[in-house]
Design a protein. Sequence first.
Length: 373
Amino acid sequence: MRILIAIDKFKGSIPATVAAQAIESALRIAIPAAECDLCPIADGGEGTAEAVIAALQGEWCQAPTFDAQNRPVTARYGLVRDGDRLEAIMEMSAASGLAMVSDLSLDPTIASTQGTGLMMLNAIERGANRIVIGIGGSATNDAGIGMAAALGFRFLDASGSPLEPIIANMDRLVKIEPTDVSLPEILVACDVNNPLLGPHGCTRVYGPQKGVQDFEFFESRLQHLADIIKRDLGIDHRDVPGAGAAGGLGFGLMTFCGAKLTSGFDLIADLVHLRERIAAADLVITGEGRLDAQTLHGKGPMGVADMARELNKPVAAFAGAIEAEDQLRTRFDLLCAIKPAAMPLAEAMQRGPELLHAAVLQQSAALLDLLTP
C-alpha cells in the first residue's frame, strides 16, 4: 500500500517538509507495511522553494546579493534537473523579503528588488534555462525596476546617465535600454489579482505595510515608469491581474523578463508531478495550519483533495485547527485537528511536529479503514 503525503506548511509552526516527515515517522510505527511518498506542497508564497526542492530532491545554491535596503546578504534557492532542463526554484522573499528588513525603519523610497535580480542572474549564470519564482512577502514597491537593473536593463536620466540610486530617482527616468542578458523562461507563482495602479493596485493595497504613506507620490512614480515602458518597449502590463503583486514585481517580471504569471498551487502541483503521484497512491494525506471555509476556495489542501477525488483516491487532512467542519467533510474522508482543546496556542505551535506525529498515531485505525474500504 502506498500513501502520498502532500502537505502544506503549518504557518509559524511546522515547515511543509517537517510536517511530511512527522507524518511519515508516525506511519512507520502505525502502518509499517505502507510505502510513503513525501511530497510537500506550497502555493507560491514563502516555503515554496523548500517544499519543491524536498519533493523533487533538488540541490540548494547560495547567491551573494542584497536585501531590500541594500545590505549584503546570501540568498538560497534550489536547482532541479528535469531531463535536459535545469530549473531554478526561488522566492523573491529570500532576497527582497519584508521579514529580512524588519529590524530597520522601512524606507520605501529606496527599497529595491535588486537583490532578487541578482539571485536570478546567479541562477542564469549556473545554466538555469527555466526559473520558477514565488513572489510573496516583498518589502518593495518598485515595480521590479531594481530587479531589471540587476539583469542589465539601463534606466537613464535626461543626460543619458544611469539613474543612481535608481529607486529614489524613478521620477527622473526618461529612457530605458534593454538588457544584453539572454533570459530563460520564467514562471511566476502568483495568487493575487491586483493591477499595478489605482485603488486596488500595489501602492494603496500593500504599500502601508512597507512604509508607504504618501500614496500619490508613489503612485505617480509607478505610472511614470509604466508610461516610459509603453513608449520605449511597446509593452503595457499595468492592468494585467497580478501586475501589482509584490510591490509591482509581477508587472516587472512580465515586462522585462516576458514572465508568465500563474496560480501558485497549479504551478507547484505541475512542477512536483502531483497528479501522477496521487494516481499511484492508495491514500492521500494533506493539511496545513488551519482548515476553514477559506480552504474551500482553492487553497493547497483543497487542490490536493479535488485532485484525489477526480482520481477516486481517499484523502485525509490534518490541521492545527479546523472550522466549517460540516462543509469540509464533503471534500475530505477524514479530518483531524492536532491541537488539544485545552492547550494554549503558543505551546501548540512550539510543539507542532510532536502533536502532528501523535495525531497520526491516534488516527491510524481510521487511516487503515481508508486504505481497505
